[in-house]
Design a protein. Structure first.
Length: 154
């Protein structure tokens, strides 16, 4: 999943890490002949690459970044009370992650677009919602669930 670079920091061994708007980080090394990124060596070069899109494999794997905090949750829904907006394609805002928690029953969680997939969620398998990714849910019989939202601490 492509994510824009929003900043940089050095890791413990002195390599540059691009900070992505999803909250993940990705190393951006200049180590010829394997990694050719001379722009990472200067402040001007790094600045010129801000907002450039990088592939975020952690988002593709639906892995939430470390350090997020829960800040809101929906009421509990059942197969009859699922809002129409959750049944059709929608997405969270930039930087907002979601976690679908099923209390009982099963819920189909469909992720649309490139790399789309369908997951059958239950009380033992939560569904991770990556920022700005189109998705929707459908009940698979009787179900009770809610969605919890996460973001970086203020």
């Amino acid at each position: 999943m492509l994510r824009p670079i929003t900043g940089y920091h050095l890791d413990d061994v002195g390599d540059w890490v691009a900070e992505l708007d999803c909250g993940h980080g990705q190393h951006v090394r200049h180590k010829p002949p394997f990694f050719l990124r001379p722009w990472v060596l200067t402040v001007e070069g790094r600045t010129s690459m801000l907002q450039t899109l990088l592939e975020c494999l952690d988002c593709d794997r639906l892995l939430m970044p470390d350090g997020l905090v829960s800040y809101k949750r929906t009421p509990s829904f059942d197969q009859h009370s699922i809002p129409a907006g959750l049944r059709r394609n929608h997405a969270t805002k930039a930087g907002v992650w979601g976690l679908i928690r099923v209390a009982s029953g099963r819920l189909r969680y469909r992720i649309d677009g490139p790399g789309g997939r369908e997951l059958l969620l239950s009380s033992v398998s939560s569904g991770v919602i990556a920022p700005e990714v189109l998705h929707h849910v459908e009940p698979d019989g009787d179900v009770s669930f809610f969605v919890e939202f996460y973001r970086k601490p203020p």
